[in-house]
Design a protein around this ligand. Structure first.
Ligand code: GLY
Length: 353
């Protein structure tokens, strides 16, 4: 996979001009959704280069991360004369960067693209590392490609207007990066006050978080080994996410990952010797900031079914990433049904339900 340039920008206009100048292109396109068109595009539209760009706007929200929307983007690219040498800029959250990245990866077998993430989740996770795709057949990110953006331009000023729920959701991926990296970073993440956000401090933490992901992706771009570290909390988190979707009470991805981490840290204690005190402190932070997901033991079988169908599994064996300690990663771990049910019992007790 080509190297991706990731810029933590202090001057988005200058960074964008440099990134665009670094690409040879004939036509420029910019993908927004209805939110970023209204709230973020006005910041960019006065700048050189962009008046000549063709804007493509799609619906906001994960429901639009699907084939018809992708086909619409291909259609506009085709009708407006995009060639293999055209450049697409994705301005938005993870939905826009994932779908736009996949449109770019596939149109005329691949055109260059730049990500400008506008949510915390997209800044620290979705827009970085080259995973692109759409949901399909009721399954999240079922169809996609590894295809890195030429550049990812991160301007944390966009976070000043992000709603609390989306902020907290993105922060779960930062907490995950803390757990898989080193104790000092984990400590500073637990100490951060999400009610009174210090944006200068946040910028520093976002920078560290992005470097952690970048370093892992550089070692293992196609997720054959260490990149699986980034799946911490996601096996059980995805099962929670599917269950709430089926029950029509959807939650943002990061909430499900945070609750999934509560469970997978318990598994880490039981199976990998993760220190109980560190689990307790992490779980307390999650309980205080994310509340809890309510379910009862009648739903255990459905959750287990969901884990069995996780795309990270091989030959039907549920795959977990666990920790021996902060920054000490144990990939390709598994657990039997009995232990998974015990974990769900632990979650309900620990989260007070
Ligand atoms: N979001 C996990 C990864 O990029 O591998």
């Amino acid at each position: 996979m080509n190297k991706q340039e990731i810029i933590l920008s202090s001057d988005l206009r200058e960074s964008m001009e440099k990134a665009i100048a670094g690409c040879t292109y004939d036509k420029l396109f910019i993908l927004t959704d209805t939110h970023t068109r209204q709230f973020c595009m006005p910041v960019l539209s006065q700048w050189p280069y962009l008046p000549e760009a063709t804007e493509i706007t799609i619906g906001a929200g994960d429901v639009h991360k699907e084939l018809d929307t992708l086909a619409f983007v291909w259609q506009v690219l085709s009708e407006k004369g995009a060639t293999r040498h055209s450049l697409l800029i994705n301005l938005g959250g993870g939905m826009v960067t994932d779908l736009g990245g996949f449109a770019a990866a596939t149109f005329k077998r691949g055109i260059a693209y730049i990500n400008i993430p506008t949510t915390l989740l997209a800044m620290v996770d979705a827009s970085v590392g080259g995973k692109t795709g759409i949901n399909f057949n009721g399954l999240k990110n079922e169809v996609g490609a590894f295809c890195p953006a030429s550049s990812v331009l991160i301007d944390t000023n966009f976070l000043r207007t992000l709603d609390r729920e989306n902020f907290v959701s993105g922060y779960a991926e930062m907490l995950k990066h803390g757990l898989i990296s080193e104790p000092g970073h984990w400590e500073e993440l637990l100490a951060f006050d999400m009610e009174q956000v210090n944006y200068e401090r946040l910028k520093t933490l976002v920078g560290k978080s992005v470097r952690i992901k970048e370093d892992i992706v550089r070692q293992d771009p196609y997720e054959r080994g260490i990149r699986k570290a980034l799946n911490l909390g996601h096996t059980i988190g995805h099962a929670f996410e599917s269950l709430v979707l089926e029950e029509n009470r959807p939650v943002l991805h990061g909430y499900a990952v945070a609750w999934g981490m509560v469970c997978e840290l318990y598994l880490s204690v039981v199976k990998a010797g993760f220190p109980q005190e560190k689990m307790r402190r992490t779980n307390q932070f999650i309980r205080e900031n994310y509340g809890s997901f309510l379910f009862d033991c009648k739903q255990y079988d459905r959750l287990y079914e969901r884990m069995l169908h996780d795309k990270k599994n091989t030959a039907g064996i549920i795959n977990f990433t666990l920790l021996n300690d902060i920054g000490e990663i144990a990939i390709d771990q598994t657990a039997d049904k009995e232990l998974i049910f015990e974990t769900l019992d632990f979650y309900r007790e620990c989260m007070g339900i």
